[in-house]
Write a protein that binds this ligand. Structure first.
Ligand code: ADP
Ligand code: MG
Length: 475
């Protein structure tokens, strides 16, 4: 096995960022990459694409947000024959929202080829439309193991023509107990396929997966290292009974627009949410007991900046691609320094600096020592009393999410909603934020000060020639 370990995300690495043009990619894909402003390869792409395009099996480890999706998407699109109406590539993902993110990214990258069909096969949505899509000939399927097994069982998914199998977020699939399901699916794929395994961390089960389902895999690891100075880490010692209150103090003091607050348990997530709501924060939580639609709504509201704080366990937050995050709060210090590094790596992306704020009980101090050893930095201790929180104005997210009853099934597209808001309703482009269209609903973020008027005008006017029901998602 080859081990390629270039430095991750250091200025040197980005300066050395290589162009996609040096890869054997089609002119259409190269043009798409230009349009998407993917100007240079990310380190994991630069390390893995030459290997995967050469047909090698691969184990790739790199942190969340490092561009792993394109690393496999470009490979499978390159091998795809659009004229052959059969499933040629399959991506297994742990959850529906990760499968949706991957589906969207592949669709974006495939847009120069207008006849490539990508079908998402996930639980929580009816089987029938998926079966119909498969009958009409899909080239690529992206889905969760359980639902893919259902389709295999019914004979609605045929894998005879499959040439690429991707296990995305493999560590998380193992965490969720999918080993046997992955094995079941992999055993039903043609033996002479290419298998690519992507993972953010490297627990033991990964080696076992690789041994059984990959052939002579190349290994690419980009150990997580954060750019010095971009993530400002602070540790606060708190008594247990003041821990949850302290989260609010940090928020009012640092005033981040978007914060991910990590708890070690689901119960702590619930408790913290209650405390934050009582203090007037716009906070939401992500946990396994939510229905799929609720999960979608939580993620959409957080990503479009209409929710200040997302409270989550490591499991619930793993793999989610949230671009702008001003702060990560460790409500508890995790016993595993690797998890700490992974958590705080969510902030301080791209050109933004970010805060990593940790609340430590007296007993957690040993854990902080472990983290300091691993990161090779001296922990910066601060006193909770120095926080100016109490007097600050309440923290209010800049946007509000409006939910429109009607989505992809009604052929609504983001442009229709933007058009309705900036056209007849008379709002400016700047007052409208992210627009997300799901099967049933469309979500649009609008500036908080116009939210009420926007609901009124959208309800009175038309979207795509039809009257629509609209409401603001505010609690
Ligand atoms: P991962 O799977 O490693 O968590 P993603 O594939 O979700 O990461 O990519 C994270 C973000 O980076 C996405 O928004 C994606 O569009 C963007 N991205 C990926 N590759 C590039 C690139 N070469 N240049 C610029 N942006 C990129
Ligand atoms: Mg990913």
């Amino acid at each position: 096995m080859t081990n390629i370990t270039p430095p991750f995300s250091t200025p040197a690495a980005s300066a050395a960022g290589r162009s996609f043009n040096e890869l054997p990619l089609s002119p259409g894909i190269l043009a798409t990459l230009q349009q998407l402003e993917y100007l240079t390869m990310t380190p994991i792409q630069a390390a893995s694409l030459p290997l995967v395009l050469a047909g090698q099996d691969l184990i790739a480890q790199a942190k969340t947000g490092s561009g792993k999706t394109a690393a496999f998407a470009l490979a499978l699109l390159t091998r795809l024959n659009p004229r052959r109406f059969a499933v040629q590539a399959m991506v297994l993902c742990p959850t529906r929202e990760l499968a949706d993110q991957v589906t969207q990214e592949i669709r974006r990258l495939a847009r120069s080829e207008d006849n490539i069909k990508i079908v998402a096969l996930c639980g929580g949505t009816p089987m029938r439309p998926q079966i119909n899509s498969l009958e009409h000939g899909a080239h690529i399927v992206v889905g969760t193991p359980g639902r893919i097994i259902d389709h295999l069982g019914r004979g609605s998914l045929n894998l005879e023509a499959l040439n690429t199998l991707v296990l995305d977020e493999a560590d998380r699939m193992l965490d969720m107990g999918f080993y046997d399901d992955i094995a079941y699916v992999a055993e039903r794929c043609p033996a002479d396929r290419q298998t690519l395994l992507f993972s953010a961390t490297f627990p033991d089960g990964i080696a076992r997966l690789a041994r059984h389902f990959l052939r002579n895999p190349q290994e690419v690891k980009l150990p997580e290292q954060h750019e010095a100075g971009k993530i400002r880490q602070r540790f606060y010692e708190v008594r247990n009974e003041e821990r949850l209150e302290a989260v609010g103090m940090l928020l009012r003091h640092f005033r981040p627009v978007s914060t991910l607050a990590f708890c070690n348990t689901k119960q702590q997530c619930r408790d913290l949410l209650e405390v934050l709501h009582a203090q007037g924060f716009h906070a939401l939580t992500l946990h396994g007991d939510l229905e799929q639609r609720e999960r979608d709504q939580v993620l959409i509201q957080f990503a479009n900046r209409s929710c200040s704080v997302l409270v989550a366990t490591d499991l619930a937050a793993r793999g989610l691609d949230i671009a702008q995050l001003e702060a990560v709060i460790n409500v508890d210090v995790t016993p595993d320094p690797e998890i700490y590094i992974h958590r705080i790596g969510r902030t301080g992306r791209a050109d933004e600096a970010g805060w990593a704020l940790s609340l430590c009980g007296h007993a957690d101090k040993r854990r902080v020592a472990g983290i300091a050893q691993m990161t090779g930095s001296e922990p910066e201790w601060h006193d909770i009393d120095e926080l100016q929180g109490e007097r600050g104005a309440p923290l209010v997210p800049p946007m509000v999410t409006l939910q429109i009853l009607g989505g992809r099934k009604d052929k609504i597209r983001p442009g229709d909603v933007l058009g309705a808001l900036t056209g007849e309703a008379g709002f400016t482009r700047e007052q409208v934020g992210k627009i997300t269209v799901t099967e049933q609903f469309t979500y649009v973020a609008v500036a908080r000060n116009i939210a009420r008027e926007a609901v009124r005008k959208l309800s009175a006017g038309k979207v795509k020639g039809k009257t629509v029901k609209v409401r603001a998602l505010e609690d």
